[in-house]
Every structure is written in structure tokens, then in C-alpha cells.
Ligand binder design. Sequence first.
Ligand code: ATP
Length: 514
Amino acid sequence: MANQEDIFKKVISHAKEYGYVVQSSEIYDGLSAVYDYLQNGAELKKNIREYWWQAMVQLHENIVGIDAAIFMHPTTWKASGHVDAFNDPLIDNKDSKKRYRADVLVEEHVAKIEAKIEKEVSKAAKRFGDAFDEAQFRATNARVMEYQEKADTIIKRLARSLEKEDLEDVKNLILELDIVCPVSGSKNWTDVKQFNLMFGTKLGATAESAMDLYLRPETAQGIFVNFLNVQKSGRMKIPFGIAQIGKAFRNEIVARQFIFRMREFEQMEMQFFIRPGTQKEWYETWKQTRMKWHLSLGMGAENYRFHDHEKLAHYADAAADIEFRFPFGFKELEGIHSRTDFDLGSHEKYSGKKLQYFDPELEESYVPYVIETSIGLDRMFLAILSHSLVDEELENGSTRTVLKIPAVLAPTKAAVLPLVKKDGLPEIAQEIMDELRLDFNVSYDDKDAVGRRYRRQDAAGTPFCITVDHQTLEDRTVTLRHRDTMEQRRLPIEELHGAIDREVGMRHWLKKIL
Ligand code: ATP
């Protein structure tokens, strides 16, 4: 575990050293759970955004994108249920004075039980070798079954208590499970209380006329209130989707783990409007479609899994997370929710305006059902960064630090390196830069020995290095070095564009999800 913690610390320090992410207002000792993206971080974020948008909007004829305001009429949040139900159950430890999410304390306890199951499974897998039947082992091994039942019972009870708002039982559960505060080690807990996560602010110049507003806690509502505007102006026919990328704000109780849980973050959401009664199929379709998008980035199928929700939010009739293996374990990266007609129906009620669709095939009007896909851009960023950072042992015994970001998302696609700063090499390097920068983000580096420059680019995540040397003067060929394989090959300057594009061009990656 310590090892995983070290890896995570390394990700955080690497993010700072290589111009990806730092804490906001660092010179004033920072603001908790708020972060700034620096030059490389802003590029990576932009590329993730673009990859999502293209996959969602450009590749789907029936999905369009919008950009709604962060401020919304306050009644929106009554209708959406956020004023009454966007709460987290919090609990304080009286000795350490630390605050926790009560549900998370219980879930972490369950995760420990699940880790024991995994240990048993991997021990048995080793013991039985090729003959190992994992499903059968899980279903029949007494110890595994006992653990599993324990875990299931706890999760069910937590879900039931939260649903019934029985906060006393949540506290009892924490006490019965002997959960201690990780800081003080004590079981001296306060009662569990609900805490609303929305940030409030005011609109208007004078105190009397000011209107209480909230910073949006999700981008989804900007889509729902515009459902008819988009449907009518775009003459959209059901099924169709509306996508949006934008900032969301949540006053998270426990904001740890770097950019995993932030107070200001960005969401990429898509609401898909469908006929009532078809939600089961569409829910499955979107689960698979979104998983395909993730897998297209090549970060390993073993690092993703679905987690179906036991405890459903007030608006959902089915929900699943796509979890990713972060350095601190499998955690939610994206949510897929079957939201029924809850949102549109509720906005109808609160606004007094009809939000219905006339279905020409059925010849009737109805409030559409909705399947939502919702992913945190910053969380996706963390998944990529933490997965990509590796220390590699080389044949000569040394190690190199390399950031193997999927090439399509890499902030800088190629670095142009003149071997020396004279003999006309910088001029050719500049000429290459000027040509490539029309399509790719490229950088120029002429400091230090070329080996050190390679290492610097590896650590920054640049997929290609182009070295200009004296032979270039004679035959206009350069060396193209590949970040992941470290393979070097000579090719004419004219072929650079094609060679780079084949690996970083978005179209080649998007093809994998068609
Ligand atoms: P969690 O259980 O982790 O709090 P959630 O279930 O409340 O998340 P949703 O409301 O479904 O999350 O939001 C959709 C996505 O937005 C999440 O899958 C996550 O990627 C992202 N997200 C939510 N809250 C945060 C946050 N505080 N910081 C960064 N990303 C977030």
C-alpha cells in the first residue's frame, strides 16, 4: 500500500515539475481542493475535451452540443432536487477534529473486505495454475463466500439507511464495524449530519434586490432546461442527445486525492432523450459505447470495470459507474444513469411550461426518458496521468521516467532538436517547426546533450523527437525517435508529417470506436 501511496505522490510532484497541475493560489499557501492547470496540463485537458466532443458530437448524427451558463435560475435547483437532496452524510471524529463522509468510511471498510477476497482469489489462481476456474472458486470457496456475504450485507444496510435518511443507523453501522478515524485511531464519533454541497452566491447590486443563486453542481440541468429549444431549433427526432462540457462546483466535505475530488471541476455530460419504456436497452447501449471510448485510448481493459449501483439517486431507475484503477484503487471515473422522466417532468411542474415531445410515429406527446453519461474531465486527466507515468528499467541498467500519455492526447506531439546550435542546423530545425506547427503542437529544444533532451521530452510525454544533424544538411533526412519504443529511424523531412500523423492524428484513434 505504501508503494501505491509513493506512486501517487510521484504523480503529484511530476505534475508540478513538468507544468501540468499545481494547487491554486500556491503563493498564498493554496486553496484546498482547487487546482490550476499549467502549460502542459491545459493542452492535455484540451485534447481530452476534444476527444470526447468529437466522439460524442461529431461521430453521432443525432447528438448536438451546447454551452449553457453556470448561473441558472434558482428554481432550477428546487426542481432538480439539489436544494433538498444534494447532501452528503458527514461525521466528525471528536479527537482528531477531522471530518469524513460517513458513507465513504463504510465503503472503505467494505473495500478492505473485498481486498481480502481478491487476495484469496489470486492465491488460489497461483495454486491451481491453468486449471483455475475463478467463477467457480468465488461461488464455492467458504472463506470467500463468507467475506462476500459480509460485504454485501454492509452495503445493503448502508443503502437502506441512506435511502430512509436513517442517519442514526449509519452511525450505528460505523460503531458496529469498529471503524476508527485514520488520524486519531479513535471511535469517538459525532452524530451523522446532512450537508448540502452547493455553493451559494448573490446576483444583484443591492442587498434588498439581490437574488440567491447557486454555482451549478452539475452541467446536466443546463441541458434539461434547453431541451425544447434544441429539439425545436434543430428539428431533432427522438432518440437524440445533447452534450455539454463545462465547470461544476461542489463544496465537497472531504476533498483529498489531488484532482480526484475537487471543489471546482469540469464535467463532460451527455443527456440522451428516448421513448419511455426503451430505457433498459439504451442504458446498456450507452454503458458499452462509453466503455469502448475508454478502451480506445489503450490504457488496458484490466484497468476498467463496471460497478452497478445498489443505492440509486432520487432521479434514477438504474445506474452504473465506470471505475478506473487509480493508484489508490478502483474508483468512479464516469457515471451512466437512467434518469427516467424525472428531470423534464420536474421542470414542467416547477416552470408550468410543457417539456414534451410529439412523436410522429406514435402520434402522441410524452415527456421523454433520459440516459445520462457523465464524466469528470479532471478525473479523466488524473486517470491518464497516473497510468502514464512509469519508471522504466533500461538494458544498460539505468532507469528513465516516461509519461506514456496516449499519443492522441499528448500536449506536445513532437520536439525538434538541432544537434548543435550552429552550422545551419537551427535554421533547418526552424523550417521543420514552421511546417509541422500548422497541424501539431510542437516544441523546440536546443539545450544540453541530445540524450538529456530525449529524457526531458520522455518525462513531459512528447511522443516524438526529431533530431537534425549534419547529415540533414547533405540529404535532408532527420532522425525520428519514438517515445515508447525509443526506436530511432532516419527519414526524409517530407515524410515527417505523415509519420507523426499516423500516431497522433485523432481520426486514427476515433476509428477504433466506430
Ligand atoms: P462521487 O461519488 O465520486 O462523489 P458522484 O457520483 O457524485 O461522484 P456524479 O454526480 O455522477 O458523481 O458526477 C459525474 C462525474 O463527475 C463523476 O463520475 C466524476 O468523474 C466527476 N466528479 C464528480 N464530483 C467531482 C469532484 N468533486 N471533482 C472532480 N470530479 C468530480
